[in-house]
Design a binder for this molecule. Structure first.
Ligand code: G6P
Length: 487
């Protein structure tokens, strides 16, 4: 309701690369899927609550016939409440802008995972072109000259300035869903000034943590001539003022009917073909080298070495949704993940036992929730992660106040979820110890920790995330309107 009050009469336009719903045509008709994306998990419920238009790349929806001639479709499918407007990219645009500049350049640039970024002039040129196409789509969709535009993530660093040029009165909120590195690391990008100038077209620029904000401000200080007010956290560049603030992202607290915990516990074990009392740890990630999946497997191996009594009684279920799989780096990673799982399974497994149950496939979110409710432990071992919403989803799924979260210190979530078992994923023995401690934790301690984390995630849910940003933006908007009237 706070959202509704704040937005009364205002027009909302969201821009992201990933679309919230993917329409696939199959033999049986059109099938709708939800992609594995932290961004979509967070932003979609907000859009459902406040309606408006969401502009995204029609990437997975290969079949353009599923939408109307204007490329608009009302979503969610069962209860439409906002408009999804697709921008279709050519193969070359997708390759250069998405696979190339965004995912071979900016993604490894911003995550410390020891994968070197690759920068090519041709990719950059596509990135500029595609950013302009999305900015044009915003301008075409806008019914007023001062919409509230929410630009999402590293795919669109140039969009804020491009929109600002055509709609100077727009309120532009940019949220960067991944970490922002230190100035030296960011300086590797050959187009660092252009990226920074693009972002400084926004009214409000959000990151998950104060540390990412600090890195961003230091990066601007290093490479651009601006005025920085540290106290107020504003950057003035060529007459435009950008407010830089941390907004830790979250999830919508689940409501509605879910299969009971006991039912999930049983049916998941049945599905996996393991015994009724089999202990389960769970990893849920996109198959991405930033997620620390190899380190997680190694921790399992180390734990089984140290505690052989668990052999045959425990497995890690790793759900890994394929992602960006046409890139070499992702293909190599996938084969390393498969090989390590095989090696460990050979070492400790037997005819009907695998310590690592590797599922490289897409699971819809209701399936994932069943797994959350069935697993004694959830393991998040990212080497670097903006927030990591799997950690919050696991907590939200445990209304029985049981279960333990093992969480990497290099996630944004570790800044909030202090009652998790916090680990350094590079330290394999520490990971193994934490996993063992989680599996043997007394019920009362589980409950105390779970309770504390559940109340935090329930209070600081995603509506709060969006609400705080929109409220701050509304304040800046009013200030601007008053200034415009005076002059
Ligand atoms: C991260 C990014 C999102 C992205 C998601 C999935 O969470 O911050 O912008 O949507 O990964 O990646 P993909 O490339 O499949 O959209």
């Amino acid at each position: 309701s706070l959202l509704h009050d704040e937005l009364a009469g205002d027009e909302i336009i969201v821009v992201s690369n990933r679309e919230p719903y993917i329409h696939h045509r199959t033999a049986e008709g059109v099938e709708v899927r939800r992609p594995a994306s932290g961004l979509v998990t967070a932003v979609e419920p907000v859009m459902r609550a406040c309606s408006g238009t969401w502009i995204a790349h029609g990437a997975g929806s290969a079949d353009r016939e599923t939408v109307d001639l204007n490329d608009r479709v009302a979503v969610p499918p069962k209860r439409p409440s906002y408009t999804l407007r697709r921008v279709w990219l050519s193969k070359e645009e997708e390759q250069g802008y998405y696979y190339g500049f965004a995912n071979e350049g900016l993604w490894p640039l911003c995550h410390i995972a020891h994968v070197r970024p690759v920068f090519r002039t041709a990719d950059w040129e596509y990135y500029v072109t595609v950013n302009q196409r999305f900015a044009d789509a915003v301008i075409a969709e806008a019914h007023t000259d001062d919409p509230i535009v929410l630009v999402q993530d590293y795919h669109f660093a140039l969009v804020p300035r491009m929109v600002r040029e055509k709609l100077p009165r727009a309120t532009i909120i940019m949220f960067w869903h991944i970490p922002w590195p230190n100035p030296e690391s960011f300086g590797i990008c050959p187009w660092r000034e252009e990226i920074l100038e693009g972002l400084l077209g926004s009214t409000l620029l959000g990151f998950h943590t104060p540390f990412h904000c600090k890195n961003f401000i230091e990066t601007v200080d290093r490479y651009l001539e601006t005025r920085i007010e540290h106290e107020a956290s504003t950057i003035t560049y060529g007459g435009d003022v950008t407010q830089v603030e941390p907004y830790p992202i979250s999830i919508a607290w689940p409501e509605g009917d879910l299969p009971s915990i006991a039912e999930c516990y049983r049916s998941v074990r049945h599905e996996l073909g393991v015994g009724e009392k089999h202990l389960l740890a769970l990893g849920v990630d996109r198959l991405d080298y930033t997620k620390g999946i190899l380190e997680r497997f190694q921790a399992v191996e180390r734990m089984l070495e140290m505690h052989p009594a668990l052999i045959g009684r425990f497995s890690l279920v790793q759900i890994a949704a394929p992602s960006r799989s046409s890139l070499d780096e992702y293909q190599n990673f996938e084969s390393r993940v498969r090989m390590l799982a095989q090696r460990i399974n050979k070492r400790f497994g037997s005819e009907n036992y695998e310590p690592i149950l590797l599922k490289i496939q897409h699971y819809e979110s209701d399936q994932v929730v069943r797994y959350y409710r069935a697993a004694e432990v959830c393991v998040v071992t990212s080497l670097h992660d903006g927030m990591n919403l799997v950690a919050k989803e696991y907590i939200a799924a445990r209304e029985d106040e049981r279960g333990v979260l093992v969480l990497s210190q290099f996630t944004g979530a570790a800044r909030e979820l202090h009652e998790a078992l916090i680990i350094n994923p590079y330290h394999i023995e520490q990971g193994a110890d934490a996993l063992y401690r989680a599996l043997t934790m007394p019920e009362l301690e589980q409950r105390d920790r779970m309770r504390a984390m559940r109340s935090l995630v329930r209070d600081f849910n995603v509506y709060r995330w969006a609400g705080r940003m929109l409220l701050d933006a509304a304040r800046l908007r009013r200030r601007e309107q008053i200034r415009a009237r005076i002059h």
